[in-house]
Design a protein around this ligand. Structure first.
Ligand SMILES: C[S@@+](CC[C@H](N)C(=O)[O-])C[C@H]1O[C@@H](n2cnc3c(N)ncnc32)[C@H](O)[C@@H]1O
Length: 271
């Protein structure tokens, strides 16, 4: 076996480890991208070749290396008010039904740097008023530790907030200089961030959610992991509750318990 064959074999074993561990599936045409991302981990931890990185991943002896591979392999692109059309439909059709609830519980299940979580809080404040915001808790989770750390800091860039309507920007975002903004305490106090792997089911929540956002993550998973994730999310959603996906991610063809109500909006109609 040549050195090149060996490196191909090690690459494929790491790609399979990644898929088994996180659901993140790299198809053949994205080989160069994953190879580049693994290169960064190799450099950071001084691995001479993929074989030595693979040995540590397989042995499970170095949790920090596993975390680094999971973080490096994830695509974290996000921004406030992403896909405004679906957010507006949620504000108009779902939020009014929650206005009288003692507690409004929302989960953003792959939240990256928290832009979606802060956006949901702003939408609730705007649609239902500050008093409803105080009855709201929004959980943001992601497999990548660095993005969760950033979300917890609540400092965002001009690029991230470019789509936020001016009135909400003035109300909830304070300029810090150098193109940075602080998310207001009124918003941040309602948001909690945790590291969590969607591949590890069932999900460990005591109370169910009324709305779950699962946007721009399913398309990184293969169909078996998509189905398992959708079922596990269904389990932790209250009867009558809602799932919001990206409009670009169709669940059509997947055998899931969710009932589609409109493009990207699904409902749990049976327990
Ligand atoms: C493209 S971002 C989407 C962020 C946000 N939901 C949005 O639509 O703007 C995808 C996120 O999914 C996360 N992710 C990928 N696999 C995951 C898994 N198995 N468990 C939890 N999060 C995962 C990545 O770390 C990344 O931050």
């Amino acid at each position: 076996m040549t050195a090149r064959d060996l490196e191909m074999e090690d690459y494929e074993s790491i790609r399979d480890w990644l898929s088994n561990r996180s659901g993140i599936h790299y198809p053949e045409h994205k080989r160069d991208l994953l190879r580049k991302r693994l290169g960064r981990v190799q450099l950071a931890f001084d691995y001479r070749d993929l074989g030595s990185l693979l040995r540590d991943l397989k042995s499970g002896a170095r949790a920090e290396v596993e975390m680094a591979v999971l973080s490096a392999a994830s695509t974290n692109h996000t921004y406030f008010y992403r896909e405004a059309d679906i957010l507006n439909r949620m504000r108009e059709t779902i939020l009014p039904a929650l206005s009288a609830r003692d507690e409004i519980r929302v989960w953003s299940a792959a939240c990256s740097t928290g832009d979606e979580v802060f956006t949901i809080a702003m939408l609730i404040a705007e649609a239902l008023g500050p008093e409803a915001l105080e009855r709201t808790s929004i959980l943001g989770t992601d497999i990548s530790a660095p993005v969760i750390d950033r979300a917890e800091q609540g400092i965002v860039s001009a690029r991230q907030i470019a789509e936020v309507p001016e009135a909400l920007r003035r109300r909830f975002l304070s300029p810090l200089g150098l193109g940075q903004y602080a998310v207001s305490a009124a918003i941040r106090d309602r948001c909690t961030f945790r590291r969590m792997n969607l591949k590890t089911t069932p999900y460990p929540f005591r109370n169910s959610f009324q709305i779950v956002f699962l946007r721009n993550v399913l398309y990184y998973f293969d169909p078996a992991d998509q189905i398992a994730t959708l079922e596990a999310v269904h389990e932790v959603t209250e009867p009558g509750g809602w799932l919001i996906t990206s409009v670009t991610e169709s669940l059509r063809g997947l055998p899931t318990p969710w009932v589609q109500q409109s493009n990207g909006i699904f409902q749990k109609v049976r327990p």
